[in-house]
Design a binder for this molecule. Structure first.
Ligand code: GDP
Ligand code: IMO
Ligand code: MG
Length: 411
């Protein structure tokens, strides 16, 4: 299991890519094209949104039932990379329909200053329809008559919302039905019982990787609600999203940046003030993969990471982008929060007001002020060991650059 330990963009794609070299299956269990996973090898850069990144390495790639699927994005990625590996798609996954994207956009516009800062890819509205039992699923693509009927029923309601509530453009049944029928023709051969496939792979002793998208603090139930995504990226989400027992997850690797970034709105205690924040953003190239937005940057937050350890049961951590900190003489790390009532805590606040108004307590660690190579300099090693001690979880992988080769294994 590879899970984002912060607010996303920790470098999950890269860590999955590294570990996929030894794996047979790579599966996504939640989220949709709100993800943007960057993989760099052989001089090429790939930015993947919907399909599991293992497809690039010739593995069997699976999209599980817990995912939401934008067929246009998926077909595009299959056109580009489909012939490199094998791909299967759960019939229980939900489809992102054009009205989901339109409602996501209109709803954010309407919220104005209160907006969540979503990726505007229709994720929230698609999961909302799933929970309301109004969703259209991948298996509905298998029968043109059923597909058309479901689109017609949904449109009767969605067009009213779009027109009357959001004052937005409506959709024509014929256009949507035709478009989705053409996606259906392309996607039908890939639809399969992916829960069974993964179970059989595990029974046959194959190595199966689960590729988390989004991250722990964006989890719908345990993240910084309402500034979260609409699925469960945390480790247990893999069991639900794929359809296997939770006891099948034996190794759970949390991916954390050596600092923190966040895209979109919401509280962020260790956010760095200007102009230092801009310096870190430039050094780390912190601009969104999907939306191109600037990522907000903060110092490593061990209170939030400790919470991620609790929620996921990490057996180890991958600490990425340590190289980005190489030019700082001193590096603050947040070890506790001061709550509004003046008390200090090492634990993530359970109440939103405490989290919104807490202040970070920093411990300052020494920088190493030299590029990272195969051997970590003393101060960089001390930084990694500090994280291990504070969290009581071993850091087994350290990222020292964006390319596949730039990762150190620690025993
Ligand atoms: P994901 O969504 O978690 O897969 O992460 P993204 O791909 O959105 O963002 C991570 C960015 O950091 C990408 O541009 C990666 O190429 C890059 N990256 C990953 N690991 C490292 C690392 O160890 N060092 C550096 N400098 N860049 C890294
Ligand atoms: P990867 O997999 C970073 C954020 C959005 C917004 C919130 C809700 O690349 O780490 P949504 O469109 O999901 O309804 O937006 O979640 N968000 C991400 N931030 N990385 C991601 O994915 C994200 N996916 C969603 O910015 O704040
Ligand atoms: Mg990303």
């Amino acid at each position: 299991m590879i899970v984002g330990a912060q607010w996303g963009d920790e470098g999950k794609g890269k860590i999955v890519d590294v570990l996929a070299q030894e794996a047979d299956y790579v599966c996504r269990y939640q989220g949709g094209p709100n993800a943007g996973h960057t993989i760099i090898f052989g001089g090429d850069t790939y930015k993947i949104r919907q399909i599991p990144t293992g497809i690039l390495s010739g593995k069997t790639a699976i999209l599980g039932a817990g995912c939401v699927v934008d067929p246009e994005v998926l077909v595009g990625e299959l056109d580009s990379y489909g012939d490199r590996g094998t791909f299967w798609l759960s019939g229980n996954a939900h489809l992102i329909m054009p009205w989901h994207v339109a409602i996501d956009q209109a709803s954010e516009r309407r919220l104005g200053k209160l907006q969540i800062g979503t990726t505007r890819r229709g994720i929230g509205p698609a999961y909302a329809d799933k929970a309301s039992r109004l969703g259209i699923r991948v298996q509905d693509l298998l029968d043109p008559k059923i597909l058309r009927q479901k689109i017609e029923i949904a449109l009767a309601e969605k067009n009213l919302w779009l027109e009357r509530v959001y004052e937005a453009e409506t959709f024509e049944l014929e256009d949507v039905a035709e478009r989705y029928e053409s996606y259906a023709r392309r996607l039908r051969p890939y639809v399969s019982d992916t829960s069974l496939l993964v179970d059989e792979a595990l029974r046959a002793g194959k190595s199966v990787l689960f590729e988390g998208a989004q991250a722990t603090l964006l989890d719908l139930d345990h993240g910084t609600y309402p500034f979260v995504t609409s699925s469960n990226p945390i480790a247990s989400g893999a069991a639900t999203g794929i359809g296997i027992g939770p006891n099948r997850l034996d190794e759970i690797i949390g991916v954390a940046k050596a600092y923190v970034t966040r895209v979109g709105e919401g509280p962020f205690p260790s956010e760095i003030p200007s102009p230092l924040q801009e310096r870190l953003r430039e050094l780390g190239g912190e601009f969104g993969t999907v939306t191109g937005r600037q990522r907000r940057c903060g110092w490593l937050d061990l209170v939030a990471l400790r919470y991620a350890v609790r929620l996921n049961g990490f057996t180890s951590l991958a600490l990425t982008k340590l190289d980005v900190l190489s030019t700082f003489a001193e590096i603050p790390v947040c070890v506790r929060y001061v709550l509004p009532d003046g008390t200090e805590t090492p634990h993530f606040p359970a109440h939103q007001s405490d989290f919104h108004h807490c202040r970070p307590v920093f411990e300052t660690l020494e920088g190493w002020e030299q590029p990272l190579d195969d051997e970590l300099p003393e101060a960089a090693r001390a930084y990694v060991e500090f994280v291990e001690q504070e969290l009581d979880v071993p850091v087994r992988l350290v990222g020292t650059g964006a390319e596949r080769e730039r990762v150190l294994a620690r025993s």
